[in-house]
Structures are given as C-alpha cells and as structure tokens.
Design a protein around this ligand. Sequence first.
Ligand code: ADP
Length: 690
Amino acid sequence: MRDQHDPESHRRGTLAVVATTSACVVLLIAGFIHVAWYGGGQWLEQVYSSAFYMKFNTTLALICAAAGLIGAAHGAPRIALAGGLGALAVAVPTVSQYITGVSIGIDQLFRHDIHHPDIPYPGRISPGTCIALSCAGLQLILTALNRRKHDAVSTAAELLAFLVFATGAAGILGYLEGKSVAYSWGSYTRMSPHTAGSFVVLGIGLMASAWANTGERVARIPLWAPALLCFVVLMIDISTPRGVATGIAYIPLVFCGLWYNRPYATMMFAVVGSVLSALALFAKAPSETPFWMVIANRVITIAAIWFVAALVSMLRTAEAGLRQGEMRLRAMVDNMVDGLITIDERGIIEQFNAAGERIFGYRADEVVGRNVKILMPEPYHSAHDGYLSHFARTGDARIIGTAGRELTAQRKDGTLLPIDLSICEFTLGNRRHFSGTVRDITERKEAQAALLRYTRELERSNQELDDFAYIASHDLKEPLRGLFNNAQFLQEDYGDKLDEEGRGRLRRLGYLTQRLERLVNDLLYFSRLGRQELAQQVTDIGEIVDDITFRLESLLKEQNATIVKSTPLPQITCDKTRVSEVFHNLAINAVKYNDNAEKRVEVGYLETFEAAHGTERNVFFVRDNGIGIDPQFHSEIFRIFKRLNEEDDQKKGTGVGLTFVRKIIERHGGRIWVESEPGKGACFYFTLHK
Ligand code: ADP
C-alpha cells in the first residue's frame, strides 16, 4: 500500500511499464517475422513481401534483446544478461565478417536466405543493424552487471540506449525521405523498415530500463522528451539540403542536460547530437554546395554543440558544488542542538530548523511565512513590530548582536518557556535578514531556581542558628554571673561554717561556673562572627604577622619559640582585625601543641598550591614542628568545642580557636585545610577569597 504513494517507486513502476511495453512490441514484430521465416512465407510474401527484409538472424537477436529487456525491467539480471549475450552473439561475428571480409558462415547458419538470393551477402544483417544490436546487447549486459548502480556505468547504459534509438530513427527517416544511405551503408545489405522501427521502440524501452535502474531520479523532465527531440531534430536536419546549417538544431538537445541531475549528462547529449548530426549528413539530399563546405559546415556544427556542452557542463558542475554546499549547510542547521530561526526585515519567518520544531512544537511549514511574533508571549508579542521598525529606522539594537539574552517564548500549545536568544543580522542582496539562535533553558532555570531556594534556606537556617546562639549565650550570661557571685558570697560568708570538703566543692563550683562563662562567651563571639559585616580594607599580611610576633614576645621567649616569615607576604583586601585573629590563633596553637625543644612557626604565602582536593591559588600557610595531628581528626578539629589533647591540662583551651578561624575564613569566601601526621608537625593552609 505504502509503495503506491511513494513517488520514487511510482516513477520506477511507470518506467518498468514503458520498458515492458516496448519489449512486447519488439517481441511481437520480431516474433511474427521469425515465425514467417519458417514457412508461412508464401502467402506473406505475396501480401507483404517487405517483411522479409528483416533477416532471420535479426529476428533472433531482437527476440533475445526484447526478452533481456523484460528481464532488466523486472529485476531479473540473469535474463537481461542472457538476452544481451544472445544479441551480441549474432551481432559481433557479423561485424567481424564486415571488418575482416571473411565469411564465417553465420549469415545463413540457422536459415537459408531464400528471399534474397541475389544480394551480395544473402542472409547477412546490415551494418546499421549490427551496430544497434551490439549497443542493445552491451546495454543489457551493463544493466545486468551494474548492481551497485555505479554512476558511470548507468550513464554508459543510457548512452547505448540512445544510440539504439538514434540508429533506428535514422533508418526510419531514411525510408520516409527516400535517403537510402540512412538504412543502407555502402554496398552492403540494408536495414529493413521493420528493423528500424523495432530499434526505435527497443531504444525507448532500453532508456526506460536504464533510468528505472538508476538509484535516484535522473531527470526533471519526462524520459521521452529528449528522445522526441532527437527524432524531430533529425527529421528537420534530413529534410533540409546539405550545406544548410540545420545541425545547430542539435544544440537544444544539449540543454536537456540542464534538467538532468548528473552534470555529465550534458556530455552524453553532446555525443548523441554529434553522432546524429554525422549520420544525418549522409542521409541528406545532395546539393550544389561543394563537399568541403558541407563537411566544414558539419564540423563547425559539432564544434558548436561541444562548446555549448562544455559551457552547460561547467554551469552544472558549479551548480552541483553550490547545491552540495547548501546541502551540507542544511544538514548542519538541521542537526544543530539549538533552534535556528531566520526572519526578514518585517519579521516574517524564512527558515526554521529541526531543533526549532522540537523547542516550539511547530512544524517548519506551519511557521515559515508567518510573523515571528507567534513565538512570543505578551508583552514581547505586541512590542516586536515596533522594535523591528525602530531598529530599521535608527539602527539602535537592544537584542540584535548580543550573545545569549534570556527571554520568555511561547510554544504552539500556548505554554511558556525560558529561552536564551542570540540574534545576528546579515544582508543578502540589499535586504536585511536576522538569524536567531534559540536555546531552551528550562532545565538550567529550574536548576538555578532550586539552587537559589536551597541557598536562601541555608542562609535562613544559618541566621536562625546564629541568632539562637546569640540569644542563648547572651541570656545565659546573667544567671551564670549570679551563680558565680553566689558561690563567691557563700564561700566568703559561710566558708568557716563548712568543713574542708564543703569548701572544696564550693571552689569547684566557682571554677566550673567560670569555665561555663568562658564557653558562653566563646559561643557569643562565634555567633557575632556570623552576624557582623566584615570591615574590608587593604591589609598588609606581613605587618599582621610582625604585630603578632610582637604581642606574643614573652610567650615565645618562655616557650623557646620563633615565628619566621618563610616567603614575602602580600597585601590583600580583607577584614584586618579578623584575619589577624586567624594568624594569632594558628600561631598560638603552633606553639601550644608543640613539644619540640626549639619550636619553630613558619608563616608563608604561595601563588598556587596543589592540594589534595585540587589546585588552589593565593594560599597562606602556618607550619609548625610540633606534635602533629592524626589524619582521622583533620576535619573534626574545626568543630566547635572539639579538643584532642583533653588530658594535657597545660594546653587546656575551650576548643573554639580553629572554629573561629574557619568561620572568619569562610566569611571571606576562602577555605582552610590541614596537612599533618602525628610527630611530624602540622601545616594549616588557607585562602581568603572566593
Ligand atoms: P583549643 O586549642 O582551644 O583546644 P582549637 O580549636 O584551637 O581549640 O584546636 C582544636 C584541637 O586541634 C586542639 O585541641 C588540638 O588538639 C588540635 N590542634 C590545633 N592546632 C594544632 C597544631 N598546630 N598541632 C597539633 N594539634 C593542633
């Protein structure tokens, strides 16, 4: 069912019918005469003696060729091959007899020529018939062997089919015009009118089969048009006397090549035109014109044919190159991930690619020719005409020429979608066009919205946490102070009424409330770090380190520790007070968690650093030769109130130093990490930028 609607299979079907019909007509003519040769001859000879002008061998070869043609038209290459070989088996030995002048006895091998005993070679088929049969046989063999539909072979097959047709047509015209030279070459036997007619029909059939067997549609004109043109031109040519330049009438034949898809079809028509023009020369009526002029006339004609053919062929080659470029561009445009829409100055859509169809839900043929506004929701829809005319008047572009502007577009079903639109302007001829690249950014937008939601959520919960820590620690401070004061009063006023154990417990109570107060103060400070704005200013880090060294002078002396700047330290923009706290905390820890006799704290800066998590730029570090940290605690140490060396009272802290450090660094948009192993010192690296 589907095949009937497919134009390609419809075309092939029609061509196969033409080929089959031609083959049947030839079979009928040749078959009839073939049978007549067997004895039904008496009455036929009386009624229609000219039938026997078709030689017995010709009937045999034509039957073979016609059968081969049916095979070729119906996809039976073996039959086509056998038919072609059959025709050649008759034609080739005869040709060899003509060439060598030696008779090998093929002429009367099958049948004695009782009808023409008086002609020079009884039973021998004419040279014209030999040529046409050879062409037909060769054409069938090529068609049978050309399974891969090789272009050059297909063209050769077409050419051979034309030659079969042309030989037959020349013979017929010769009979019509009484020019024996068209059907009788030299003093040999002549081609009979039946044979000539059969070749015209066979030629048409072979052409049809050649075209049906080519992969693509070969021409944009019906296949009989050039054949008819050959016939008409030949007739005009033959009917005019020698010396008249009717040969130029073959030039329109060359133009037929323009409608053929293959560029070298033109050359094929030039060959056909030249052959016909040469043949016609001999068929023309003799005239007064001197022979050299007649020949010169034909030579000029053939040269003109080839000149035009060369021009047309150049044109076709250029056109083919152009078309190929266009096809490549089309393939690229259609396979683009982004939609591509081209509009003219009035906003009328001229081109709409496959991605555009996917994005907007319109087929290209639904939108081409309509205004691009249909792809826009309000208010862009109404504003668009104004925008275009404003741009045309003033050249003031808001979107044109910009890369990736986010807009909202409208699909065929009315739903909206976010798009990223880039428009460029180009001029063709003297008209302006705009080409827009549209990217559907629905997914990107959704991801952005989700990210924004999460960030807001995170900021809000962080804020709540900071607020909670602030309120809790702030409100805890007062009762805590009261607790401490009361413990103090109790100790002062009632100390003597308690025994030693009681007084000890009171002292412990005082110590614990003090420690709790310190923790609450740390918490309060931590929450402040999260709430306060950074006071950014240009800061010399080297100065900060010098200042810390100065402030810690006595501690350093007492601990036999030194702070050294191992590289030059840069100036950066940061919150000076907070960053100073970072270096202070890290330096104190480097001394505190260090049991080396000579404690060394190294502060430095690296422009790039290959950290385990990737490359980092503008990295500060604080390195010590202390006790080091087991890698399993490398992230835990930054947690609030987390301490590793609880047992060592000397080093007792609240476990908040590194938490403050990290908070300050993160507020600056940087990150901190540590590289260390127990006993091998520790090195804290950090950045202070996003
Ligand atoms: P604190 O010093 O008050 O205990 P920190 O937050 O500053 O609190 O440090 C957390 C823990 O990290 C410390 O208890 C210590 O065990 C470990 N630490 C910090 N700095 C160093 C260092 N330079 N060398 C070894 N351990 C360290």
